[in-house]
Design a protein around this ligand. Structure first.
Ligand SMILES: C[S@@+](CC[C@H](N)C(=O)[O-])C[C@H]1O[C@@H](n2cnc3c(N)ncnc32)[C@H](O)[C@@H]1O
Length: 459
């Protein structure tokens, strides 16, 4: 998402809307939306065109997402954070709050995309006696949504009509007096981060916000520099919501487990109670981001929660890697550091692949004047995937000389300076319990020095 400061003016059925964001083009996708709307208009018109059940299912389960991938380049999708939730994940997320939804609810998705979360919410809404007109009227008061792309707002409305059609008991449903242009007037082109409050007072907020980064606002209390848009979105939702609002948010795992989002988590805890944290794993097969579903109830008087509320294992401080090792990141950034200073033995992630022990006395050397490490010590790669069999693969580094270490490696130096303690650490990290613990603690690709320090010492 680029907050360039240039305003974009978007024309909608209701007039012109000014957005603070610059929008990537969606011209080809707009053609798909027009074909969808044509179908809906024929369904609602006098000819009462019947959409086949199989076609309804296709449109309601994944077609907009497929078309988006086909018609819009990945850069443009990334720029808006446009990645639609698949039907399995949206149903899993909404199942948890389904019993709290009824005809009096006000449900808002402030980044609604093609409406998947609103469609999942509509499954819990009643239908009115096979009367499509009354059903759409009712759903129109309950369901609220915003998105910066007019094409997505139009897709959401069209799909919600089809979701209601699917719920009709027979094809003889009543469609009298429906004007398609007036349907779902609370689903609108809006920038949820423009600083204005929401136009409704939701009882429920359901959201899967963009996962890109933006510059933190000057008054942001929980982060500086580049921060996750998803974190900002949830912050805005919590500040705008009244007490007792139920919040269901699909978020990148870094917000749950990253040490740089500790203050963000504390801020969330101070304004809401955590009802559940559902650790999901990869968002979908095309999107390599691990996500979790956060269920909250807004409570401005809430005290701080605990780590375990975020689905993170509690650590026993007297029984973890930190007791026996100094843990830090290797100091050499190859493309940044000049080859100056004394000659040092040098190790990088690539040359250690698959090795459980490596003797640096035969390693290549480079000039380096930063921090070096005296063997024996253990190094592990900073990047893994949660699906890797063992999250941590360690190599014991031996040799006589101090060693310069690339910054893609984490260095664990034994406090007792022995090779034996290093070998014991290799056993600890290769124990399947370590993988299970780390997957719960941090599902991101880059695990942190802190997560490794807290790893329980299970031999
Ligand atoms: C990850 S997608 C999720 C869409 C939908 N909620 C779902 O779960 O499928 C995020 C959506 O947020 C929209 N978006 C990005 N920035 C926004 C903003 N400032 N205000 C409102 N919507 C925004 C994008 O266009 C995109 O459709």
């Amino acid at each position: 998402m680029s907050y360039s400061g240039d305003k974009t003016t978007v024309l909608t059925n209701d007039g012109a809307v000014n957005l603070q964001v610059s929008l990537p083009p969606m011209t080809d996708y707009a053609e798909y939306v027009a074909s969808l709307e044509q179908k809906v208009n024929r369904t609602l018109g006098i000819e009462k065109f019947i959409v086949e059940q199989s076609e309804l299912l296709t449109v309601l389960n994944g077609e907009p997402s497929r078309q988006l991938r086909r018609l819009v380049k990945i850069d443009a999708r990334r720029a808006s954070g446009a990645f639609f939730t698949d039907s399995q994940l949206r149903d899993r997320a909404l199942e948890h709050i389904g019993r709290t939804i009824d005809a009096r609810s006000i449900i808002l998705d402030p980044a609604c995309g093609a409406g998947d979360l609103l469609i999942a919410a509509s499954n819990y809404l009643p239908v009115c006696n096979n009367n499509l007109a009354d059903t759409l009227d009712l759903w129109g008061t309950v369901l609220n949504g915003y998105d910066i792309h007019p094409e997505f707002i139009r897709t959401t409305k069209a799909r919600l009509v089809l979701a209601a059609v699917k719920r009709m008991k027979s094809s003889h449903y009543i469609v009298d007096s429906i004007d398609p242009r007036c349907l779902f007037s609370n689903i609108q082109v809006r920038d949820s981060l423009d600083g204005h409050s929401f136009h409704c007072k939701p009882t429920h907020i359901v959201v899967n916000p963009p996962y890109s980064s933006i510059d933190a606002a000057a008054d942001c209390k929980w982060g500086g520099g580049k921060v996750s848009v998803a974190g900002v979105f949830l912050d805005v939702c919590l500040r705008s919501a009244k007490d007792d609002t139920v919040v269901c948010a699909i978020l990148p795992d870094v917000l749950r487990s990253g040490s740089r989002y500790k203050k963000w988590r504390e801020q969330v805890e101070s304004s809401a109670k955590i009802s559940a944290v559902d650790i999901v794993g990869q968002f979908d097969i095309w999107t390599d981001v691990d996500v979790f579903v956060l269920h909250l109830q807004v409570d401005s008087t809430n005290a701080r929660g605990s780590r375990s509320a975020w689905g993170q294992p509690e650590t026993k401080e007297d029984n973890c890697v930190d007791d026996l090792f100094e843990v830090c990141v290797g100091a050499v950034i190859p493309h940044r550091h000049a080859h100056t200073g004394p000659w040092r033995r040098y190790i990088c992630a690539r040359q250690l692949s698959g090795l459980t022990e490596y003797d640096t006395d035969t390693a290549k050397s480079r000039r380096f004047q930063g921090r070096v490490f005296r063997p024996p010590f253990v190094v592990v790669r900073r990047t893994t995937r949660p699906s890797d069999c063992a999250r941590v693969f360690g190599t014991v580094i031996t040799g006589e000389q101090p060693v310069a270490v690339e910054n893609h490696l984490i260095v664990l130096s034994p406090k007792d300076g022995t090779h034996e303690t290093c070998a014991r650490l290799i056993d600890v990290v290769q124990n399947p319990k370590a993988t299970t613990w780390l997957n719960q603690r941090i599902r991101c690709r880059h695990y942190t020095v802190l997560a490794l320090r807290e790893l329980p010492w299970c031999e």
